[in-house]
Design a protein around this ligand. Structure first.
Ligand code: KG4
Ligand code: ZN
Length: 368
């Protein structure tokens, strides 16, 4: 049996979890603690990096202590500590990495650095689908910072097939949420607003990127189309890049629910079309959805109804950032002998690479 403590502080959640790997290789989640900063960042309409790192400093010790206590695990029994070291906000990552290093030093435990995207992928190994996963699989990781289509041919073996050319999928939800005057984060707010809306009232165009970008995404055109639909015709000067509007800056006839439904339906179609094409071209056995946007009910349903393959996704609590997924990935890395010394550094830009090929698997221009 292996016991791993996972720590995650790459963005605005301070999280710690304990995962056990049994002799049969199955993972068991013993504790999963998250201190969310969402309420604080809501007033800024997005994550405020300096505030995030300061809040991580305050939360990290009690969150780790709570995870160990809920798991009823004494530190001596841990086999290793796994921590997210990128990609993410530098100041936030530093808090988790340095805290993990301190624990490793004082408890004399090995340190395992985990790529945040690899963590999202491994959230699936904490679900009932785990025993059914057969490689190769296609992973769609969509969150506030990522929209990656990854071909996974084995544990630790990844090939990036495509990513976004502009906004990440979750970022598009967040920006459109702001345009519609909905609370941050936009994803859940748009899903809620769209429930009462008619997606056909605003048939936004789905971006077609052409043969050079068979598996890439682009959401900025859709975001602009939503902006055009809700803003009154331009009469004077408008500040570029300012996506937040007060209600009196919106067209009076705009129906927020219909726009939310139209946007959600277009964004989901774009994600599903590209994923379906990549799955067919690469002969995969299943599609795994991970990351915050995989919490979206329409994405889950549409993916399942349009693909002939099994589509697996994590429970809601494991879609958005958490440390359970970091501990899960840490279990597999630890089993493969991965150990990072105390020289482990944060990597705010950190492409997901295949094991043993950390710096060369992807072209730097596709860095996250
Ligand atoms: O994985 P995550 O917690 O953090 C990052 O690594 O970025 O993902 C957060 C993102 C946010 O952009 C949020 O709007 C989006 O996931 N999200 C959703 C939903 N729930 C969260 N997007 C669409 N529909 C949802 N239900
Ligand atoms: Zn994430």
């Amino acid at each position: 049996m292996t016991l791993i403590l996972g720590i995650e502080t790459s963005c605005d959640e301070t999280a710690a979890a304990v995962v056990e790997r049994g002799p049969d290789g199955a993972l068991h989640l013993r504790a999963n603690v998250i201190a969310s900063q969402i309420e604080v960042h809501r007033q800024y309409g997005g994550v405020f990096p300096e505030v995030a790192s300061r809040m991580h400093v305050e939360a990290i010790a009690p969150v780790v202590a709570e995870a160990l206590s809920r798991a009823a695990v004494e530190p001596e029994r841990l086999d290793a500590i796994a921590v997210t070291h990128g990609p993410g906000l530098a100041g936030s990552l530093l808090v988790g990495v340095n805290y993990a290093k301190g624990l490793c030093l004082s408890w004399d435990k090995p340190l395992v650095g985990v790529n945040h995207l690899e963590g999202h992928v491994y959230s699936l190994w904490l679900t009932e689908y785990a025993p059914r996963i057969r490689f190769p699989v296609l992973c769609l990781v969509t969150s506030g910072g990522h929209s990656e289509l990854i071909l996974m041919s084995d544990h630790g073996q990844y090939r990036l097939l495509g990513s976004t050319l502009d906004d990440a999928a979750g970022e598009a939800f967040d920006k459109v949420g702001r345009l519609l005057g909905l609370p941050y984060p936009g994803g859940p707010s748009i899903q809620r607003a769209a429930q009462d809306g008619d997606p056909a009232r605003y048939p936004f165009t789905r971006a077609a990127l052409g043969p050079e970008h068979p598996y890439d995404f682009s959401f900025s055109g859709l975001k602009t189309a939503v902006m055009r639909a809700v803003q009154p015709p331009v009469t004077g000067r408008r500040t570029r890049g300012d996506e937040s509007m007060s209600p009196d800056q919106r067209r009076p006839d705009v129906n927020i629910a219909d726009v939310a439904a139209g946007f959600q339906s277009a964004a989901v179609d774009m994600l599903v079309d590209t994923t379906a094409r990549a799955a067919a071209d690469h002969n995969v056995t299943a599609v795994l959805l991970a990351g915050g946007v995989s919490a979206n009910a329409l994405l889950r349903e549409t993916m399942r109804s349009r693909l002939a393959l099994p589509v697996y996704y994590p429970p809601l609590a494991l879609c958005t950032d958490n440390a359970a997924m970091i501990a899960a990935a840490g279990c597999f890395l630890f089993a493969r002998g991965v150990r990072h010394g105390l020289a482990l550094d944060v990597r705010p830009m950190y492409p997901l690479a295949s094991a043993g090929d950390e710096d060369t698997a992807f072209h730097p221009s596709r860095d996250l």
